[in-house]
Ligand binder design. Structure first.
Ligand SMILES: C[S@@+](CC[C@H](N)C(=O)[O-])C[C@H]1O[C@@H](n2cnc3c(N)ncnc32)[C@H](O)[C@@H]1O
Length: 232
């Protein structure tokens, strides 16, 4: 299922998540149109990442089969959405319809929603896990901490956040990233940790992993597993 960005889902119930979305911002539009134009190229460029594959495979074991997993910025769905949806109920959100169409092929059983992850509202305690890989780095910096707080609110006690977060702090527009204008934002490692912990999540894995981006460039992401305490 795809719904237009910025449109309230009208109380539509996605396995009891009560998902609704609010109006979108300028950064979202840059990212949405960029990934629409990028199409299959992002997946072709990034699909070789062993870090994401290893993290998802290893951390999938945290989840009981049939868990409700909310994936933010699912992109083309390969490999994360596909692996998650093979065992779990997945609500996958992305800005770009072109990416969601690809995700539908990769993970036909996932519920797909076009929305700004920073404006998504889910029912408190409705998700067993929230996953987001290589996507938070497209959010404006002022949206990072509120989103991490919202994620903690959506998770049930014992639920987990699985993510790769950007290390850089600040906001940036690139005129030509993979050939299209793109928006990047982040709050850096210390503020990300503070936001996760002040949201009430307990960090169980925290690793900076360098990856080869091609053309001799190395990119570093923060790989995180944080859990909402069972009793808080
Ligand atoms: C770098 S790609 C990563 C895709 C996928 N998670 C993966 O690992 O291959 C980032 C994705 O996040 C989506 N995205 C970025 N900002 C978003 C936002 N505010 N709301 C929803 N999706 C967003 C983009 O459309 C894009 O598909």
């Amino acid at each position: 299922m795809c719904t237009p960005a910025g449109v309230r889902l009208g109380g539509y119930m996605l396995w009891g998540t009560g998902a609704t979305v609010g109006p979108v911002g300028e950064a979202f539009d840059i990212v949405r149109s960029g990934y629409d134009r990028i199409g299959v190229r992002y997946g072709e460029w990034s699909s070789a990442s062993p870090t994401r594959l290893n993290f998802v495979r290893r951390r999938l074991r945290e989840l009981t089969p049939g868990s409700l997993v909310v994936e933010l910025g699912c992109g083309a769905g390969e490999p994360a959405t596909r692996l998650l949806a093979a065992e779990h109920r997945v609500l996958a959100v992305d800005a770009s319809l072109a990416q969601l169409r690809l995700a539908r092929e990769a993970a036909p059983t996932a519920a797909l929603v076009q929305a700004d992850m920073a404006r998504l509202n889910l029912r408190a305690g409705s998700a067993d896990a929230v996953a987001s890989f290589y996507a938070l780095g497209h959010l404006p910096s002022h949206e990072h901490a509120p989103l991490l707080h919202a994620i903690a609110h959506w998770l049930r006690p014992g639920g987990v956040l699985l993510t790769s977060a950007p290390l850089r702090a600040g906001d940036d527009r690139d005129k030509s990233w993979l050939g299209v204008p793109m928006y990047f934002g982040g709050i850096g490692e210390t503020a990300t940790r503070q936001a996760i912990e002040s949201a009430g999540l307990e960090v169980e894995e925290w690793q900076v992993v360098p990856e080869d981006e091609g053309d001799g460039k190395t990119v570093r992401f923060l790989w995180v597993l944080a859990r909402k305490p069972q009793f808080g």
